[in-house]
Design a protein around this ligand. Structure first.
Ligand SMILES: [Zn+2]
Length: 241
């Protein structure tokens, strides 16, 4: 990563939730009904947890309550206005993502998932799942596409881009998208569709509902690690991202 002049420390921790996601399902019936929100999210914006985590019933918010099952081929819009031109673009790029997903049938490099990153109407990154081919559990289509898009632009934040993915992002890809500051996601199949052929995306989302104490995590050597962090923060070349 390029290391430049040290930037002023932001009010919030770098990487903490900033701009909300806008998520849009295209071309596939959603298997779920409305989901709720315990965060009181704004009607025009849907934070990822609100849109993609199945909160318990009875906690509906205005934004996520707009998520309704729709017939195949129709836009299941969760948040934000989508013009006719944008819908045409959405349709074209989601079809490209689905075509990338179909590569799995011949390539056998990974699961049937494809993704495209679009900036100003142009695809700047794309990829299909390559977990098997690269022996890399993080080589999901969205991550592959984000890496290519960032290489292409020389930027690690893409605040004007849209992610098109053939299947609803798993939690890792959702947050990789968030780290890349990509504010808009359009997807086709959903986590239940992935579960139908044996993938555990829906199960992975259940982990988000568990307390940290449920994981086998242990904190040791905090002082030494903290000192390394403080030394980095005090160094002339440190740069937040
Ligand atoms: Zn993923």
């Amino acid at each position: 990563m390029h290391r430049g002049t040290r930037q002023p420390r932001p009010q919030r921790r770098a990487g903490a939730p900033g701009p909300a996601f806008r998520t849009h399902a295209r071309g596939r019936r959603s298997g779920r009904g409305a989901v709720g929100c315990r965060r009181g999210c704004r009607p025009s914006l849907v934070f990822s947890f609100c849109a993609l985590v199945d909160w318990p019933a009875g906690t509906a918010c205005p934004a996520s309550a707009r998520r309704r099952p729709v017939p195949d081929g129709r836009n299941n819009r969760i948040g934000g206005h989508v013009s006719g031109q944008d819908q045409d673009q959405d349709q074209a790029f989601i079809e490209q993502a689905i075509e990338l997903a179909r590569r799995a049938i011949d390539e056998q490099a990974g699961g049937p998932f494809g993704a495209v990153i679009v900036l100003n109407g142009r695809a700047i990154g794309q990829g299909n799942n390559r977990v098997l081919g690269t022996c890399d559990p993080t080589a999901h289509a969205e991550v592959v596409a984000i890496r290519q898009a960032c290489r292409e632009t020389g930027q690690f934040h893409l605040p004007e881009a849209t992610l098109y993915t053939s299947c609803e992002p798993c939690p890792m890809c959702l947050f990789a998208t968030h780290w890349a500051r990509i504010p808009r996601i359009v997807f086709a199949a959903n986590r239940e569709d992935a579960a139908e052929i044996g993938f555990s995306d829906a199960e992975q989302y259940q982990y988000l509902r568990m307390p940290v104490s449920a994981f086998d995590m242990h904190q040791i050597a905090r002082d030494a690690a903290r000192q390394a962090m403080r030394d980095w923060a005090a160094s002339a070349g440190s740069r937040l991202y």
